[in-house]
Design a protein around this ligand. Structure first.
Ligand code: RB5
Length: 146
């Protein structure tokens, strides 16, 4: 199960991503926003982040205008590793090396075709583990030193 959310800036791209997920037979839970009216991206970054951190959803995708604000918000949730990606190589490495559990996209930055390729890359790439597991564990240990 995937969690997905966006602010108004990511509303349209989120609809396109949800259609794509449905076509791929991937189940998702939609955290809104539910109209194109102006709203605040931290609310959606946090909601999707909490769904992933709690284990209710395995991974999350969030979208705002640039992807920056919503990724920063999601990364404030304990347990979240949210990667803002603008290319497929970064999406692949975010999974293979960083074991990212969330993907952030910038709707005002990316074309629809590239955005969907990035989504597919993120969903279809596994974590390599090994030396990367040690590094990811070091990232997560930072949370314990707060
Ligand atoms: C909303 O106008 C915009 O600031 C937001 O979607 C996002 O780009 C923030 O980082």
């Amino acid at each position: 199960m995937l969690a997905i959310g966006s602010d108004h800036g990511g509303y349209e791209l989120r609809q396109i991503i949800m259609k794509h997920l449905a076509e791929r037979g991937i189940e998702y839970r939609d955290f809104g926003t539910f109209s194109a009216e102006s709203c605040d991206y931290p609310d959606y970054g946090e909601a999707v982040g909490r769904a992933v951190a709690s284990g209710e959803c395995e991974r999350g995708i969030v979208v705002c205008g640039t992807g920056i604000g919503i990724s920063i918000a999601a990364n404030k949730v304990r347990g979240i590793r949210c990667a803002l990606c603008g290319d497929c190589y970064s999406a692949e490495m975010a999974r293979a090396h960083n074991n990212a559990n969330m993907l952030a996209l910038g709707a005002r930055v990316l074309g629809e075709g590239l955005a969907l390729k990035i989504v597919d890359t993120f969903l279809d790439t596994g974590f390599e583990g090994g030396r990367h597991a040690r590094r990811v564990a070091k990232i997560m240990a930072i949370e314990g030193r707060d």
